[in-house]
Design a protein around this ligand. Structure first.
Ligand code: SF4
Length: 332
């Protein structure tokens, strides 16, 4: 999976380093002073992640917890995200990480104790509110969780802070570590889903819809709160039939009425990422549509069209048994 592992001296003593070294016992390991001395120093083309992916292990410096943009989550409550990794093993053609860093190499930050201190200080600043913390802004929260081993730590943290909520965002079906933990009402695992034909066409290397739905069903049966992001919604011929089929499958696998929430967002890019998509995937079906520069500088479908898409999907969601208050529209 990785051509080389770089380990910062500052984390060399952590038990997780031994676990990772053992798991990749044939991969050469290099000790380094600081991740930033090497990661991204020389621009590495994004698609090199297919053939030459390196792993960096170290400590995140600077701000560890950041305020999330408007409309990031359920309205009316403060939202933050924390950064415990950069980059992702999957390869979605619309991925916002294209061109975000100078390199697609995976970075895992292991100073969770310091992240926890910042999280608790944010919670203290909002004594009368439910504060949300989102993991996975620059990576997938669960895809490598069997290697990184931080989930028990965060479960303990949020057990101590029941007034705050943690969202683990994922496209994986890797729930091995989660299944070992007792469910907490305030720790929600959210799965980004699309119809299977879209997963096949654009969400390269991600688990199939059925694998993700099975994982979600297992978590629901164990009492873990589960949520869904229908994001990004991409238009195609037979769009309504395809999404109707997706809701039928959701109903078959899950108890929709007990989902924590369902968010919906139409495909969008920063202009920089849109440029990268055209460069990396010039034949992608994604590019067949008409895109415009939008009110916030992002590249999107024209507004009436995306409102029509969201309206149609919301209607299907309500017809499938979801309640109005479970649904929110993302980044609109
Ligand atoms: S799962 Fe998310 S982070 Fe990973 S490639 Fe896809 S869009 Fe990017």
């Amino acid at each position: 999976m990785f051509s080389r592992i770089f380990v910062e001296k500052s984390v060399g003593h952590l038990p997780q380093i031994s676990v990772i070294k053992e798991r990749f016992s044939n991969t050469p390991v290099t000790e380094i002073d600081a991740i930033e001395d090497i990661f991204g120093r020389v621009k590495k083309p994004y698609l090199q992640k297919r053939s030459n992916l390196q792993l960096f292990l170290g400590k995140k410096k600077g701000t560890l917890v950041k305020e999330a943009p408007d409309a990031y989550g359920l309205a009316g409550e403060p939202h933050y995200y924390f950064i415990h990794a950069y980059n992702c093993i999957y390869e979605c053609e619309y991925c916002y990480l294209q061109g975000y860093f100078q390199s697609p190499d995976i970075v895992l930050f292991l100073n969770h104790d310091e992240i926890a201190i910042e999280i608790e200080s944010v919670i203290k600043r909002h004594p009368d509110q439910t504060v949300w913390f989102h993991a996975g802004e620059f990576s997938d929260s669960l895809a490598l969780s069997h290697l990184t081993g931080e989930l028990p730590f965060y479960f303990e943290l949020f057990k101590r802070n029941p007034q705050a909520k943690l969202e683990l965002r994922t496209k994986s079906a890797n729930i091995k570590e989660l299944k070992k933990l007792s469910a907490l009402e305030n720790v929600i695992t959210s799965f980004s889903l699309s119809p299977q034909n879209r997963i096949k066409a654009t969400d390269l290397k991600t688990p199939s819809l059925k694998h993700r739905l099975s994982a979600m069903r297992e978590l629901q049966n164990l009492g873990h709160p589960v949520a869904i992001h229908l994001d990004p919604i991409i238009h195609e011929d037979n769009f309504l039939e395809t999404y109707k089929g997706l809701f039928d499958e959701l109903n078959e696998y899950l108890d929709l009425t007990s989902l924590a929430y369902v968010s919906m967002g139409v495909v969008r890019f920063t202009s920089k990422v849109f440029h990268q998509v055209k460069k990396n995937y010039p034949h992608s079906e994604l590019l067949a549509a008409e895109f415009h520069s939008s009110f916030d500088g992002k590249v999107r479908y024209p507004r009436p069209f995306r409102l029509w898409l969201l309206g149609k999907i919301k209607q299907l969601a309500l017809q499938s048994g979801l309640r109005e208050e479970q649904i929110y529209l993302c980044m609109e």
